[in-house]
Design a protein around this ligand. Sequence first.
Ligand SMILES: *[C@@H]1O[C@H](CO)[C@@H](O)[C@H](O)[C@H]1NC(C)=O
Ligand SMILES: *[C@@H]1O[C@H](CO)[C@@H](O)[C@H](O)[C@H]1NC(C)=O
Length: 457
Amino acid sequence: MVDASMGEIMVTLEKINWLLANGESALNDSVRPGPASMFMKYKKAEVHYEPLGVVGALVSWNYPFHNMLGPIVASIFTGNGIVVKCSERCRWSSEYFVSVVKAALRICDIDDNLVQLICCWGHDADYVSSHPGFDHLTFIGSQPVAKRVVAKASESLTPVVVELGGKDAIIICDDYLKKKGIAGISSVLMRGTFQSAGQNCIGIERIIVSGDRANYEKLVENLAQRVSKLRVGSDIDQSEEIDMGAIIMGGAKFDELESWISEAVQDGARLLHGGKKYIHPNYPQGHYFLPTLLADVNPDSKIANSEVFGPVMSIMFAENDMKAIEIANSTDYGLGGSIFSTDFEKAERLSKILKTGNIAINDFATFYVCQLPFGGAKGSGYGKFGGEEGLRGLCNEKSVCYDKSRFISTAIPKVLDYPIADGKKSWKFVSAMNKGGYDYSLWQRCKAIWTLATNAN
Ligand SMILES: *[C@@H]1O[C@H](CO)[C@@H](O)[C@H](O)[C@H]1NC(C)=O
Ligand SMILES: *[C@@H]1O[C@H](CO)[C@@H](O)[C@H](O)[C@H]1NC(C)=O
């Protein structure tokens, strides 16, 4: 409940309030500088943001409220209708949440048919992705499914924003541990990793500590103690204090996790806690996985390269900051990341060579609540939702030009009028226009203007 009230409700309230405060100005006509040539300075250039029509959002199950409300509020705000396809894993709650949205629309005297929910099995999803009725699709999910969605959407040339999760690294520079100690950062690592049992696309998947081995060991020891104290269970009947709930997918997902963990141990990692599923005495059918801590993870191991999306904390040591960046850059993913250093300039420098779509300096994942455009680099996807870019992405960004003054308008000079009377003369005219407009030398430009004036007719 605590995780959901932050990861689901707070972020949604933030998004709605940001929209109300800033959405209109993000969609205001945008005035652009217009042409560089002095011969075209009388032109005014603007971009207008118009609704696309009907957009679609195929959203994942990990934040069933927020992942659905995000695209809905953005689409309605930009003047579009929206069809949301929810995951079959959260069909009931999605229907309930959409009924809330529809009630809100009716209260505002807006047609509640603007928001539609569909739910289907994976094999019927092709019908949705390829549907020519969509002007835009947002897909949040996994890489294999994304490839299929994009291929299907290409049948009707529908643009797709693709958000595919990540393998976010948090790099902790040596100076940070030296100056700030271990307690504070260790709390960040615990929350960043185990929040929502790790089922978070910008959860901390890799911890990379650079510089000093003794400090690294101290941090590992501290985390080992804290991880061993995490209590797993259910919040629903409130009969016990818990830190972490069940995870959505058990079964094959758990077998995979266990095999990645034992492979990591074979590759040299130390398993300090957990590593396997857990049968809860009161809820034997629940999908519980023990909070897991792996230290000395080999950057080549599967667990260091694949998105875990579960309660596994993986720690690595790097001799220096550049080695840390190298490890951080070495996966196929590039969604988010963090750099912790007391030297802000260094942190900024390092953040520039980290190949990700988002980065938090001395924090984790807060770029998301800051209402910035959100999306990944490399295998984490492309396109952005959220922020101004996200809103504008749901629009037909219409480029409009017109004459600044009603008294000047574009006329075709006589020498260029079809049929061309004198080819040599019109060539001279056009060459002079290019010289006059773009030559570096003021003298050449003046000469060109003279040529223009004497050759216009
Ligand atoms: C939109 O732009 C106009 C012209 O610049 C300005 O007067 C108006 O305040 C802007 N509206 C918003 C919501 O920013
Ligand atoms: C990744 O990290 C290395 C440091 O090893 C850096 O040189 C490189 O520019 C970074 N970016 C990419 C895209 O690899």
